[in-house]
Design a protein around this ligand. Structure first.
Ligand code: FES
Length: 126
């Protein structure tokens, strides 16, 4: 991710994302979830809500539905691309080998923060 602006406020409290669950966020107030986070194994992972297959900017078919039925992978609701949570790489579906755009997050004494600039749009992938 290049450019963008700092997001000084916390994204949320850590307990607002349940262990094993995903949640979408709109850190710049665009009226839609431009990113999402997954809490797994004591860590919180963040990605742009941007599927590299067709550059689709709405991965969840409904609010916060970013994970497959068993919660083991991120699944794009458009055409079913499945991504490993830890590596963010697509391992099944129409864009195997491509990766989600990471949004680096940090837990600071409870709240979760974006640690770096955040832009309004995800960078288009080659
Ligand atoms: S846009 Fe995500 S799988 Fe096609």
């Amino acid at each position: 991710m290049t450019g963008g602006q700092p997001v000084p406020d916390p994204l949320c409290a850590l307990d607002e994302i349940a262990e094993g669950a995903a949640r979408g966020f709109d850190p710049l107030g665009q009226g839609r979830d431009t990113m999402f986070a997954v809490r797994k194994g004591g860590r919180v992972y963040g990605w742009r809500n941007f599927c590299p297959h067709y550059g689709h900017e709405q991965m969840a078919w409904t609010k916060d539905a970013f994970l497959g039925h068993d919660g083991a992978r991120i699944v794009c609701g458009a055409h079913g691309a499945a991504y490993e949570i830890e590596s963010r790489v697509c391992v099944a579906g129409p864009c195997v080998g491509k990766a989600l755009v990471a949004v680096p997050l940090e837990i600071r004494a409870g709240p979760v923060f974006i640690i770096g600039p955040y832009s309004r749009r995800a960078r288009k992938l080659a």
